[in-house]
Design a protein around this ligand. Structure first.
Ligand code: ZN
Ligand code: ZN
Length: 201
């Protein structure tokens, strides 16, 4: 298994050339496990990856990557854990530090990835820049960060999750309870209060 934590880029650092890496990241492997637990990610399956590194000269390396795995998430409505499939396409530029001032060039980003239909289109806003020193890149770190970025904003086990009853705690996806919804009571008493205000001026 290739270690993404220590990728030798000496051959493409200053000269044009490219490196293709693909395989799986074992989420139990020491370095990966540490990064994933720091990011609070419960990864269920090996993380499949395809990474292309392209030397652009002046110590600039352009990375385009694809990741796919499955993680465990907790629904914020019903608190149940569920499996969430994750896929991400991303681009990162690596600049050797200190980077050549004239080396920062505009990158034109291509459109849809024809090889993978349904792949997410990458816009220029998605490209970030990392600095590096020496002849190796820690791509593992970037991969974990990218998994975090691909998490949904709101975590629901399903769109129509009914959540828990606020009074008895029953998971309403499993069965209904007999509590009177508090929300309705609240609305009624608020209405009553307004009526009284109107009556008494
Ligand atoms: Zn839920
Ligand atoms: Zn209830």
């Amino acid at each position: 298994m290739i270690s993404l934590a220590n990728v030798d880029i000496s051959e493409i650092k200053d000269a044009p050339g490219s490196l293709d890496l693909s395989g799986q990241i074992d989420p139990e492997e020491k370095q990966a496990a540490l990064l994933l637990s720091d990011a609070r990610l419960l990864v269920k399956k090996p993380i499949a990856f395809r990474i292309k590194l392209e030397g652009m000269g002046y110590g600039i390396i352009e990375l385009s990557g694809w990741l796919q795995t499955e993680i465990s998430l907790q629904c914020c409505r019903c608190l149940e854990w569920f499996d969430y499939p994750l896929e991400r396409n991303f681009m990162v530029d690596y600049h050797s530090h200190p980077s050549h001032p004239s080396a920062i060039s505009e990158h034109v980003v291509g459109g849809k990835d024809d090889e993978h239909p349904g792949a997410v289109e990458i816009t220029e806003d998605d490209i970030c820049v990392n600095n590096y020193t020496g002849n190796t890149l820690n791509i593992l770190e970037e991969c974990c960060a990218q998994l975090v970025l691909s998490l949904p904003m709101v975590i629901h086990c399903r769109k129509e999750c009914k959540g828990l009853c606020l009074q008895c705690g029953q998971n309403l996806n499993v069965k209904e309870c007999s509590c009177v919804p508090m929300e309705k009571e609240g609305k009624l008493s608020a209405m009553g209060l307004q009526l009284r205000k109107i009556e008494h001026g």
